[in-house]
Design a protein around this ligand. Structure first.
Ligand SMILES: Nc1nc2c(ncn2[C@@H]2O[C@H](COP(=O)(O)OP(=O)(O)OP(=O)(O)O)[C@@H](O)[C@H]2O)c(=O)[nH]1
Ligand SMILES: [Mg+2]
Length: 348
């Protein structure tokens, strides 16, 4: 599975820009044709113009199709995000329109090239070449709505988080304002990236740290879990379900001081809910804002949970070690990732 770097999605030219590019290239190609015989020269020129215009269109359009990530190759998480932000059906439809136009342009070009090749009249060749241009232009104009759609979709998709599903991913969940983003900030080695879930207006933080040569990603869930289950729409549910597929572990952050405004009872209910819709994903419950609880020992003696303060830095390294250990225990796929205390003589 490849990681989609959404920010690198190429821009898409609109129909007039595309045609301009193709016809300009074609004129240049014509000028390089040399033949002393007027009939032969014109024939070669007209054919060359049609050929090079259709080649440019074909390469550009197919280039878009191949550079835009193919939905079938996406993780369930990415597909859920694409669906929520621009719609998977529309995505497929507009990209396939580009493919269609590119094939049409090639077919028209071939047909006119053959005709011109058989002609003996210079004026007729010019007429045919203009006809070919006209028909190709009308095909490209027909897909302008798709080109426009892709440009707008690009603006949306660029805001999505880029998550590598082949690396461990820690999903940070909890009620609003409990300190999820602050915790991602202190656990991350650089400033976390800011991205967007397509259905909330809140900023989503994506951070990472490296421990024993392994990269751990941290993903935020702001606004995703704020409402009761029955009020969430299908698209939000897809994203929540998809979290199960990317999450190596769910870090559920509680705010026992209720500083964020949510009573502990509601926080516990949300915890039960999260546990029920992500049944396959291990869950680590952590008490946050330890500074407000006056606990600096790393474990809350009341709940038995690890206890951290993002603002004061308490318990952070203990939490990191716990996360790495829990994820490591589940991972048997990577031969380079040996259990603690082991060594390999062939690598150093
Ligand atoms: N005292 C204290 N305050 C904290 C701590 N962590 C976060 N806060 C404060 O709690 C508030 C919410 O923190 P955020 O990190 O934005 O919480 P969040 O869970 O990401 O909030 P949403 O994304 O809106 O759901 C902010 O005012 C933080 O400064 C902590 O460890 N101790
Ligand atoms: Mg937040």
């Amino acid at each position: 599975m490849t990681v989609v770097i959404w920010k690198k999605l190429p821009t898409v030219l609109l129909s007039d820009e595309l045609l301009d590019k193709a016809f300009r290239r074609a004129t240049k190609a014509k000028d390089s044709v040399d033949d002393s015989d007027r009939l032969f020269r014109t024939r070669k020129q007209m054919i060359r113009m049609i050929q090079s215009a259709s080649d440019v269109l074909d390469a550009t359009l197919k280039g878009y199709v191949s550079k835009w990530p193919s939905l079938d190759k996406q993780s369930e998480f990415d597909r859920a995000l694409i669906n929520a932000s621009v719609g998977c059906d529309a995505y497929r439809h507009h990209l396939s329109n580009l493919q269609w136009a590119s094939n049409q342009a090639m077919t028209i070009a071939k047909k006119y090239e053959t005709q011109i090749d058989r002609m003996m009249n210079v004026d007729g060749m010019h007429v045919r070449r203009r006809e070919a241009y006209g028909r190709i232009s009308s095909i490209i104009d027909q897909i302008n709505p798709s080109l426009l759609w892709l440009n707008r979709a690009r603006d949306q998709l660029r805001k999505l988080p880029s998550i590598d599903t082949s690396e461990p991913c820690i999903v940070v969940a909890g009620s609003p304002n409990v300190g999820k983003s602050a915790l991602i900030g202190v656990l991350s080695s650089n400033e976390p990236d800011v991205a967007a879930y397509p259905f909330t207006t809140k900023q989503l933080h994506v951070g990472h740290f490296t421990e024993r040569r392994r990269r751990y990603q941290l993903v935020d869930t702001p606004g995703l879990l704020d409402r009761p289950m029955d009020e969430r729409n299908k698209i939000e549910m897809q994203a929540i379900v998809a979290l199960e597929h990317i999450g190596s572990i769910v870090l559920f952050l509680l705010d026992p001081a209720e500083h964020g405004g949510t009573p502990m009872e509601s926080q516990q209910n949300l915890l039960a809910e999260v546990a029920s819709f992500l049944p396959q994903t291990p869950l680590l419950v952590v008490d946050g804002k330890a500074d407000l609880l006056n606990i600096d020992t790393g474990v809350n003696p009341v709940s038995g949970h690890l206890c951290i303060s993002a603002t004061e830095g308490y318990g952070i390294e203990q939490l990191r070690a716990e996360l790495v250990e829990r994820i490591g225990a589940d991972d048997i796929g990577d031969p380079l990732n040996l259990p603690e205390g082991w060594h390999r003589s062939d690598i150093n």
